[in-house]
Structure formats: C-alpha cells, structure tokens
Write a protein that binds this ligand. Structure first.
Ligand SMILES: Nc1ncnc2c1ncn2[C@@H]1O[C@H](COP(=O)(O)OP(=O)(O)OP(=O)(O)O)[C@@H](O)[C@H]1O
Ligand SMILES: [Mg+2]
Length: 335
C-alpha cells in the first residue's frame, strides 16, 4: 500500500518497487495452490494449502506445534521441494525462481545458522558478504543499523556461541534486515524472547510494515498474532482452516455473554431457559454462549425473573474462540 511507485526513486529503508501483475490475486505476495508436502517417512505435513498473502499485510501464520508452519515456510523459500502443488513468491514460481526471489526476501527460519566463534557483528558482515546483491561499501553501516534495530548494538562484539536463545533469534532477525526487502518471512520470530523482547519485535514488525514491507510471520501464540497482524491464516494438522483479515476471523466466532449479578444461580437458570449454551457460573459472573435470539429479550427475561443485573455484556470473540469454533478443539498439539 505504502510502496513507492514503480517509476519513483528507491528511498533507503523502503521496500523496493513492486512486481507487475501476478497470478493468484492482484496483490498477492505469496500465493500457493494445493501446496502439499509428504515427508519421506510418510508424514503428511502440509495438505493442499491455498494461501494468499496480500501485499502490505502483516500476515500471521498461526497453528499449534506440528501443524505444518515451518514446512510451508521451507517450501516458500525453496529449501525443500513440495510433493505436489505450487507456490509463487513475489509473483514467481518457487523453488524455480529462487535466485531472483530470495535476494528480495528477508527470512528468519527456525534455528538460524551462526558461526559460534565469530561475534554477532562478524556473523552479519560475513552473511552480507555472501549476498551478491549487497553493496560492500555500505556493509558496516547496514550491519550496525540492523544490530541497533534488534537491540543488539551493545552485544554486537560478543561471540555468537555466548548468545542466549533470544539473542540468537535477534541476530537471525538482524540478518533478515540487512537490506530493504519486499517481503520478510519470519518463522516464530519471538521464540525464546522474554516479554519485553516480544514487545520490541512487535513494534519492529509494525515499523517495517509501515515502511511498506509485507511481513509473513508464523506463531503458535494466538494473542501475539492478534496484537500485530492485519491478516491471518490458521493451520491445524497440515490443513488450512481459515484465512482472512484478523478482524473478520474473530468476528466469525460469537463472543461470550457475560452477566454480573449477585443472583448468579437464578441468572444461570434463566439464561438456559432463554436458549444459552455452555452456561458457566463463577461467583457473581455468569458466562454463556449467547442464544440466537435478540439479547435485549434475554436481558428483559433476567429482569422479569427478578435477577438483579449489574452488568450485561457481550465479550468480543478472540482469535482463540474463532479457532475453537472452527476446529471444535482446543489449541493443542495433534498426536
Ligand atoms: N524433516 C522431517 N521429516 C519428517 N517429518 C517432519 C520433518 N519436519 C517436520 N516433520 C513433521 O511434519 C509435521 C509438521 O511439522 P512443522 O515443523 O512444519 O510444524 P510447525 O507448525 O512448524 O510446528 P512448531 O510450531 O512446533 O514449529 C509434524 O508432524 C512434524 O513431525
Ligand atoms: Mg515450526
């Protein structure tokens, strides 16, 4: 959306110009069709995935452990071959167009490879030197800026083997930020980070997005996705459950009705009579799945039954509610 025009000058720190029209949606930065991966052992890790990531989005790729997120990302980045189906990244087929696509994509994939005997800074210098599209004249500057951006400026001189998990993760992220990118693909970027670190990464992701970079990030943390993403796809057991704008996904699930009252027992009875399901009493709080009927009538019925109502609200549904509603199960690892 905020990308510079194809004819305009490239400003430093901005995402480079966009591609001409592409297949799989006008503005799709990632588009897969029937993407499938069966590992040699027989495990069907990704099953017929149709994914569309709009340009300019912060796209959350959500799913419990083992649902196929990293496998999908590896296919998108041309690191493994799909068993069937196709993937286009920046409009070009992967893995065939890896050489053209990969320099325009910053990626952080599970367990970034580091040279333990080198400092964080030297790791980045070396990584950048291996990139034929990177300008050696600006290398030191760009490395310093990337270290600063991920909060490693002070620890840049320390050997990578002495880094904590969170510091390694930050260094991996810095590597993805050495050049302005059209697309960032981040596999569990907050893995191993403390709450403060997670907040910093969220802020960074928002900044990058406002520069016009599309950010595709995976996570098994629902609220993290809810806080930072404009769009999301939900995976379970290798299959796509749903995808779309985060606000629409959460709206797909009805929120819970919450009644606060000193007459909780009576309130629970009336709510059941009114057709509410899953009525739960917790001291003076009664929550329930709201019935199909007009909630004004439900409230009136409570009052008519002399239930003293202190509060009557519909709590907004979270992505987790949506997930549970869609899969009929909790957000747990499949066996
Ligand atoms: N190299 C492999 N060989 C065989 N099976 C694999 C391999 N890598 C992953 N799998 C299996 O594929 C499925 C999906 O794994 P994947 O790593 O893609 O999940 P994920 O969503 O990234 O999980 P997590 O949240 O734990 O990172 C799992 O059942 C896993 O055991
Ligand atoms: Mg993974």
């Amino acid at each position: 959306m905020a990308e510079p025009s194809a004819t305009g000058p490239e400003r430093p720190g901005r995402a480079p110009e966009r591609e001409p029209a592409r297949e799989g949606g006008e503005d799709a930065v990632i588009a897969t069709r029937g993407l499938t991966k069966r590992y040699r052992g027989g495990q069907l890790a990704v099953d017929g995935l149709d994914l569309t990531v709009p340009a300019g989005s912060v796209f959350g790729f959500l799913g419990p452990n083992g649902s196929g997120k990293t496998t999908t990302i590896r296919m998108l980045m041309g690191l493994i071959e799909p068993t069937s189906g196709s993937a286009r990244v920046l409009g070009l087929p992967m893995p065939r167009a890896s050489r053209t696509v990969l320099p325009r994509v910053g990626a952080l994939i599970e367990g970034p490879a580091l040279y333990g005997f080198l400092s964080g800074r030297d790791n980045l210098l070396r990584y950048d030197a291996a990139d034929p599209t990177a300008d050696p004249r600006t290398r030191r500057e760009r490395v310093a800026a990337a270290l600063d951006r991920v909060g490693l400026a002070a620890a840049g001189g320390k050997k990578a083997k002495a880094y904590s998990l969170g510091m390694k993760q930050r260094l991996g992220l810095a590597a993805a930020l050495l050049q302005p990118r059209r697309l960032l693909v981040l596999d569990e970027p907050t893995n191993g980070l403390d709450p403060q670190g997670m907040r910093e990464i969220r802020t960074l992701v928002r900044e990058l997005a406002s520069d016009g970079t599309t950010v595709f990030l995976s996570s098994h943390l629902l609220d993290e996705i809810e806080q930072v993403c404009t769009h999301a796809a939900v995976m379970a057991q290798g299959r796509l459950i749903t995808q779309g704008a985060v606000a629409d996904l959460a709206a797909g699930a009805r929120g819970r009705l919450v009644v606060t009252t000193p007459d909780a027992g009576d309130a629970a009875r009336v709510l059941k009579e009114q057709g509410a399901a899953d009525v739960v009493v917790d001291e003076d709080r009664v929550t329930a799945e709201p019935p199909e009927r007009d909630l004004a009538e439900v409230n009136a019925a409570l009052v008519a039954a002399r239930v003293r109502v202190r509060g009557f609200t519909l709590e907004r549904a979270s992505l987790e509610d949506a997930f549970v509603a869609l899969t009929g199960e909790g957000f747990d690892v499949a066996g």
